[in-house]
Each structure stands twice: as structure tokens, then as C-alpha cells.
Design a protein around this ligand. Structure first.
Ligand SMILES: Cc1ncc(COP(=O)(O)O)c(C=O)c1O
Length: 387
């Protein structure tokens, strides 16, 4: 029987596995805080899933990015190259280090950092000094690392990106916050660079309420990450801390939710794929709707289903007023007041184009076919009325 459709959320947590049991166990045993078996279990599950040696759980993806940049050696006044079209946390984590972002515009089709623009910038505006460090010509400051963001779980041509990094002596960190489960040539997002980061906030493919994980294959960096995220405590009895650390460790009770969520991840990915295919199948010839271009060799996790249309503003208003929660892309970094003074490398400002034309539509892993059909029927109705 069809149920009455109330509000259809955009992308909400799906709590349908062992979450209650594991949380209950934490509550009953008192292990709710920063120590407890679920923290390690969650870290190992994420690391194993993506085929990496180590995972370090943090309170959120933003803190995981912050610590990764510290571990990559980013210091005050360094530059870090980053995608212009991203969630603000990518840029904020750079600011937390006292470093400065250089923003690279997005590709208008796949929405990832545009590699042509990146390469052209590195070729013409930077040089490698006698110490082997990459330097920005205009002010002679060091570009310490680059942090591409896998926007909406898509991945650019990683082989090409790695060649560029090699040529310019650049290490890289992946902001894979949205890309758990995505792969390039069979290799998981988050495992390409020296460090990768996932987020588990409420809208991600799995959620711990709030949470993140740093991924690395480097044992020294893994140990350091755990040390810095646990206040750099050396001796728990004497409260001896050997550096300025952070209280960033994910607590056991949230890790317990993470373990239950990880158990369901393969099914969540299947459902996201189903939703993506369902929408594409039904919306392909509706109005001027276009979809994100998925790059060759990419297995996409279909995290947040997003469409592109010149009627974005009107459609957003129409869907939200019909209790179908839909959202535009984040405001590009160069348009935010605290980041507008930084270098933004672009040719046609495609970040603005993507921002002004794209909207994400409901795609929670617990969405029903009836709800999907309802969203589709409303979108069709909107375009019928428009044309
Ligand atoms: C691209 C990107 N980077 C970083 C983050 C930050 O993650 P969190 O919200 O867990 O701090 C998010 C998610 O919100 C994100 O989408």
C-alpha cells in the first residue's frame, strides 16, 4: 500500500543494523568515552575496507584534514593547493595551520579540480628551488602540498594527477570526505596519497553522527596521528604531553555506531547505485537536465545525486516548497569573504557555473521507490510547466 509522503530528506543516516545493540553495550558497560574496543575496531574496519594499513578515528572530517596537513609538514605561511569548489572545511583546515590556500577551478563536466588549469598554473607560475621545494614565483613562498577533493564521490584521472605531482615535486593529501567506496582503477579513494581523509557526518554514505578517519600506509605517520589527536599524551599517569596536541579522538560510543554502519556499507553502496541509475533512467530526457560526468576507470559511490539545469533556482524553490529537500552546491571558496583575497586560478570561473546550475536531490539509502517516483514526477511536472 502506498503511504502518504511527508517530507523527503536529502541524505540522512540509515540506522537499520546493529547500531542499537552496540550502543547499548557501551552504555551498559560504561565504555562511552575515548577508550574502548569499538574505536580500534572502527579504525581497522575502515582501513581494511579501503585496503590501507592504518586508520585513525577523529571527531570529524575537518579535524582529520587539519591533522593530515600538520603531518604533511604544512607550516605557517606555506601554500596548499586545493579545489575551489568544495565544502568550506577543506579550506578551513589549511587556515588552521596558518597556511594559505591556492584555489584551482573546477572542471565543468566532472566537477573535480581541473587538471589542465592545475598543470598550466604549475608550469607558468611556480619553480622548484635548489632544495627541491616548489615555490610560487610571485612571492617566493613555498607550496607545501596539494589537496584535491573527490567532489560528490567522483575521482579525476588519478594517473595524470600523480604524474603532475611527480613532475613538480608535490606530495598530496586526499580530501576523500565524500568518497568512501569510490575507486579509480580498482584502488580506493583515500589511499593514493600519503594521507587520506573520510567524513562520517550526518549526510555521508555512512554516519557516526559526527566523525572522521585519517587513512595512511605510513606507520610513523599513523602513530603520530594517534598521538596528536589524543593530546600528545606520553604518560597517562603523569599527564606528560610532549607537544601541543589536540583532543580530536572519536569516542567509543560513536565508533560503535561506525562499526554497525561499516557492516552495512556494501549494501548502502548498492542502494546509492540503484538510486543513481533510477534517477538517470527516468530524468535523462527531462528539460535540460544533465548529470555529473563520471570519469573513465572510476567506480563511483553515487554519494549525493546531483543534477545540472539552467532552471536550478526555480527548481530548488519548487522542490523545497513541495517538501522535497534539495540543495545547491556549496558556495565556491573564492566567493566567501574570508577566502576571496586568495589566489583563485581559473579561466572561465566554472566553479560559479557549477554552483549556479546544480542541485542535489533526495538520495538517502532508506529512500523508497514510491518516494523516488514522487520526486521524479514533481521534477517532470516542473519542466512541463516551464516549457
Ligand atoms: C569535501 C568535504 N571535506 C570536508 C568535510 C568535513 O567533514 P566533517 O563535516 O566531518 O567535518 C566534508 C563534509 O562535511 C566534505 O564534504
Amino acid at each position: 500500500m502506498n503511504k502518504i509522503i511527508d517530507l523527503i530528506p536529502l541524505s540522512v543516516p540509515n540506522i537499520s543494523g546493529n547500531e542499537m545493540n552496540y550502543v547499548k553495550e557501551c552504555l551498559e558497560t560504561g565504555w562511552i568515552s575515548s577508550a574502548g574496543k569499538y574505536v580500534n575496531e572502527f579504525e581497522n574496519m575502515v582501513a581494511d575496507y579501503v585496503g590501507a594499513k592504518y586508520g585513525i578515528a577523529t571527531v570529524n572530517g575537518t579535524s582529520a584534514l587539519h591533522i593530515s596537513l600538520i603531518l604533511a609538514g604544512v607550516k605557517k605561511d606555506d601554500y596548499v593547493i586545493v579545489s575551489n569548489l568544495t565544502f568550506v572545511a577543506s579550506a578551513n583546515s589549511i587556515s588552521y595551520c596558518g597556511a594559505n590556500p591556492i584555489f584551482i577551478d573546477a572542471d565543468p563536466e566532472d566537477w573535480q579540480m581541473d587538471l589542465n588549469i592545475l598543470e598550466n598554473f604549475l608550469e607558468n607560475k611556480t619553480y622548484i628551488d635548489e632544495k627541491g621545494e616548489l615555490i610560487l614565483k610571485s612571492d617566493k613562498k613555498r607550496i607545501k602540498t596539494i589537496m584535491p577533493v573527490h567532489i560528490q564521490g567522483n575521482i579525476f584521472n588519478f594517473e595524470r594527477f600523480k604524474k603532475i605531482c611527480l613532475k613538480y615535486n608535490l606530495t598530496f593529501i586526499e580530501d576523500a570526505a565524500e568518497a568512501l567506496g569510490s575507486k579509480f582503477k580498482g584502488q580506493s579513494a583515500g589511499t593514493f596519497g600519503e594521507l587520506g581523509v573520510f567524513s562520517f557526518n550526518g549526510n555521508k554514505i555512512i554516519s557516526t553522527g559526527g566523525g572522521g578517519v585519517i587513512i595512511t600506509n605510513d606507520e610513523i605517520k599513523a602513530k603520530k596521528a594517534k598521538h596528536i589527536t589524543t593530546t600528545a599524551k606520553v604518560d597517562p599517569m603523569l599527564y606528560y604531553h610532549d607537544m601541543v596536541g589536540y583532543n580530536y579522538r572519536l569516542v567509543n560510543i560513536l565508533s560503535a555506531i561506525g562499526v554497525a554502519q561499516m557492516e552495512q556499507l556494501p549494501n548502502f553502496i548498492k542502494k546509492k547505485q540503484y538510486i543513481g541509475n533510477y534517477y538517470k533512467d527516468k530524468l535523462i530526457n527531462v528539460g535540460d537536465i544533465k548529470f555529473q560526468e563520471i570519469n573513465d576507470n572510476v567506480d563511483h559511490n553515487n554519494w549525493l545525486f546531483t543534477i545540472k539545469t539552467s532552471k536550478q533556482k526555480e527548481l530548488l524553490k519548487f522542490l523545497n516548497s513541495n517538501k522535497i529537500i534539495s540543495r545547491p552546491f556549496w558556495m565556491p571558496m573564492n566567493q566567501l569573504p574570508m577566502y576571496s583575497r586568495f589566489l583563485y586560478v581559473n579561466q572561465n570561473d566554472n566553479s560559479r557555473l557549477v554552483h549556479d546550475n546544480c542541485l542535489s536531490i533526495p538520495c538517502s539509502t532508506n529512500i523508497t521507490n514510491q518516494e523516488l517516483d514522487f520526486v521524479i514526477s514533481k521534477i517532470k511536472y516542473f519542466f512541463d510547466k516551464c516549457t
